[in-house]
Write a protein that binds this ligand. Structure first.
Ligand code: ADP
Ligand code: MG
Length: 262
């Protein structure tokens, strides 16, 4: 298992992480994500659909893994379970070493879980057009209880880390597509969640921009020890993953990615 060096932090970023992480796997570190036997049934009786039939996955802090599978295989269902958007039917799920599902929710406050533990990056950036760039990123730390001033400072540091600090006062509509995707990654990272879930984040981008987004996610994963799952069909980026989970008919299969072999 390769592991990121972990301790590097940009001098522009706050010294104290919101959620301190441990060292490397093998040194008592918990996986950022660990699921086993996860099932999800939608509906009942004749109309029941078994979207997940025993998914299993382990992702370590600092890793970016690909989740690849055909349409209807359960990718979005799995991301929604991991993101505490929907409840699985059975199985186990732990985030950062804490069991959050074990045939019944252990953590009741799913909203807090989503806000503090999970960053989402979508295919479309979903930025809020009436807010400027800094406000878009500062919103989440404000919701997490930081003062306006602290939230703004945090947002500015994250924008700088993603090389869009110079666009801090711009309106969303003034940004290029690539800049918008960087801002949406800044927003996903700003509360330093242990987990980032990205659903087809490069689908609308050309090859160069797609690879840039993946490079940024890898850099940020190492810097913040974030575990990142990227759902994708994008042939351009599949070779960039060290590990891949294939998903077919609700079941997951782990394989080594090409990057490690290269
Ligand atoms: P993917 O993201 O890989 O395309 P999904 O997780 O969206 O797959 O869907 C997996 C299966 O679950 C599909 O058969 C889909 O039709 C079904 N499904 C997804 N969402 C629902 C829902 N809300 N109600 C009923 N069936 C659903
Ligand atoms: Mg989907």
């Amino acid at each position: 298992m390769t592991t990121p060096s972990g301790s590097f932090r940009s001098p522009t970023l706050q010294e104290e992480p919101l959620h301190p992480r441990g060292g490397a796997p093998g040194a008592g570190v918990q996986p950022a994500i660990e699921i086993s036997g996860l099932t999800k049934r939608y509906g009942e009786g004749d109309a029941a659909v078994d979207a997940l039939k025993g998914a299993a996955m382990v992702v370590w802090p600092g890793e970016v893994v690909g989740l690849i599978g055909p349409s209807g295989s359960g990718k979005t269902t799995l991301l929604k379970c991991l993101g505490a958007v929907i409840e699985p039917s059975a199985g186990r799920m732990a985030l950062a070493g804490e069991t959050i599902y074990d045939h019944g929710w252990k953590v009741k406050d799913l909203r807090a879980l989503r806000r503090d533990r999970i960053g989402f990056v979508f295919q479309a950036p979903y930025l809020i057009p009436v807010l400027d760039v800094t406000e878009n990123v500062a919103l989440l730390p404000m919701l997490a209880g930081l003062s306006n001033r602290e939230a703004r400072d945090r947002a500015l540091r994250m924008l700088a880390a993603l090389d869009v600090g110079h666009r801090a006062d711009a309106r969303v509509s003034q940004l290029s597509g690539g800049e918008q995707q960087r801002v949406s990654i800044a927003r996903a990272l700003v509360n330093e969640p242990p987990v980032i879930l990205a659903d087809e984040p490069t689908a609308p981008l050309d090859s160069d921009r797609a690879l840039t987004v993946i490079r940024i996610l890898n850099e940020m994963a190492q810097r913040f020890r974030t575990a990142v799952i990227v759902v994708t069909h994008d042939e351009k980026i599949i070779p960039t993953f060290e590990r891949i989970y294939r998903i077919r008919d609700g079941r997951t299969y782990e394989e080594a990615g090409q990057r490690r072999a290269a």
